[in-house]
Design a protein around this ligand. Structure first.
Ligand code: AMP
Length: 460
């Protein structure tokens, strides 16, 4: 079995890892740690659950000069929950490095409070883009010339949420050519283009296989036109999961499902980006103490959050951007455990399940749930065929844009390659429209989170 010793890490680090229960490196760690130690900038495609946070924390902490009272690394995450999670992982090292100072900067705390935390320069700062720009660029209380590494965690989400302007401002500050470590669930061309704008560094492209890094069994459950909330209650009673996360795309469905579970005597918690810090900590404590076996959540939670020991992920519907399905499924099967991901559908809601099955990035098996009976569908392929027959439909907006794309690519004379070009143009329009829909829903949720915070502040 591979060992962390193979990276020639210090005794302090090897000991810190062993005491935290990290015995052998994960594939992404084996790949990335040596490169970061050698000072390389990297762009890594890796799913959460693959051990990617430690792939950057281990070499960055190893390289920190704790005797130099200067900021040496900045870790940027798209949401405060993700930033806090990374902060908590990083804090795990503090008892082995008594001089190491790590600070968390997000909107969880007041700016003034953050500034107090900077009277003595920390070695490592973890935070969200807006707050980091506000502090480090606009207020500028620290000398950034010793920053040797910047991490962009969940970079595709940073880009989708429009945070690259804040990040650009950080790079334009007085940092002198830091090493850039980019971690992203997807490596789309627009991300690569934006990164090239951002830094001239010579990126080392790494492709981790997002699917094989977690072991999830995927299932489609035909709920036969029952109310998904009622089906969920029946399903939970049959399956009795150790810890399940239930996802729905719309906030209203998340709210209604949570209430329905409580109304049916099922202890559940509602986990969204808008939970305040105290409620979030309590929720995590309750999960750890086995008081809770069901979490109801929106897609914001699907990105990156590490909730240990999730055995089942249930999708009451599918997100328009199917990429988010894989993020949802990735909440289980984390690290070296396995898990199950269940998608509820019926004939009327078969468009996205069909698209997901046809993507063939995951292999599904089939079940039916009727009343209190969950049965494997012996004619799984027939079920798939039935799905295939289902007419695909798109949103009105998407239909309109596809029509325009068709008109724009149509030509009176049939030129060679015309069909292919038209297909590509239509595909681009569809992808853009799906992406827009998911961006809108994530943004709505973030905005709501900020509005809630503002309301709380006004009430105080
Ligand atoms: P991440 O992909 O960073 O979200 O990490 C997923 C989970 O894997 C976290 O709970 C980590 O504590 C855990 N983890 C990371 N590296 C290792 C390792 N080498 N051995 C065991 N667990 C690990």
């Amino acid at each position: 079995m591979a060992s962390f010793r193979a990276f020639s890490l210090s005794e302090t680090m090897v000991n810190a890892l062993a005491k935290q229960g990290y015995v052998s490196p994960s594939p992404v760690q084996t790949n990335v740690i040596p490169k970061v130690l050698r000072g390389k900038s990297v762009l890594v495609q890796s799913a959460t659950g693959s051990g990617k946070t430690h792939a950057f924390l281990i070499p960055l902490i190893e390289k920190t000069d704790v005797n130099l009272p200067r900021l040496q690394s900045i870790i940027i995450a798209p949401t405060r929950e993700l930033a806090r999670q990374t902060y908590e992982f990083a804090k795990g090292f503090e008892r082995f490095y008594p001089k190491l100072k790590i600070r968390l900067f997000t909107s969880e705390a007041e700016v003034a409070q953050n500034e107090e935390g900077l009277t003595k320069a920390p070695h490592m700062i973890i935070g969200t883009p807006g707050r980091l720009k506000d502090l480090l660029v606009d207020r500028h209380p620290l000398n950034l010339s010793n920053v040797r590494a910047v991490v962009l965690d969940e970079a595709d989400m940073l880009l989708d949420l429009g945070y690259f302007t804040d990040i650009e401002a950080l790079f334009a500050a007085d940092m002198s050519n830091p090493q850039i470590l980019v971690f992203s669930a997807t490596l789309k061309q627009n991300l690569k283009d934006e990164l090239r704008h951002l830094v001239a560094a010579d990126f080392h492209f790494e492709a981790e296989d997002t699917e094989t890094s977690f072991s999830v069994r995927h299932h489609m459950v035909d709920i036969k036109h029952d109310d998904p909330k009622a089906s969920l209650v029946a399903f939970l009673k049959i399956r009795r999961p150790y810890l399940a996360i239930v996802f729905a795309s719309k906030k209203e469905t998340v709210d209604a499902t949570y209430k329905h579970l409580l109304g049916n005597g099922i202890e559940a918690i509602y986990f969204t980006g808008s939970l305040n810090d105290r409620a979030r900590k309590k929720a995590l404590r309750d999960i750890k103490a086995n008081k809770i076996s069901v979490i109801v959540a929106s897609d914001l939670l699907a990105r990156g959050m590490d909730i240990p020991d999730v055995t089942d992920v249930i999708s009451l519907d599918l997100p328009n951007d199917l990429e988010f399905y894989y993020h949802r499924a990735g909440r289980t099967g984390r690290f070296d455990k396995d898990g199950d991901s269940w998608v509820f559908y019926d004939d009327d809601s078969a468009r996205l399940p069909l698209a997901l099955v046809n993507e063939k990035r995951a292999t599904f098996d089939y079940y039916t749930l009727r009343g209190n009976i969950l049965k494997e569908d012996p004619v799984g392929l027939a079920a798939k065929k039935k799905l295939t027959k289902k007419k695909a439909f798109a949103s009105e907006e998407e239909k309109k844009e596809v029509k325009i794309a068709k008109a724009n690519t149509r030509s009176d004379k049939v030129k060679p390659g015309y069909k292919k070009k038209q297909k590509a143009a239509i595909e681009r329009v569809k992808n853009k429209s799906r992406r827009k829909a998911i961006q809108r829903s994530v943004r709505r949720e973030l905005e709501e989170q900020y509005r809630k915070k503002a309301r709380e502040e006004n009430d105080e």
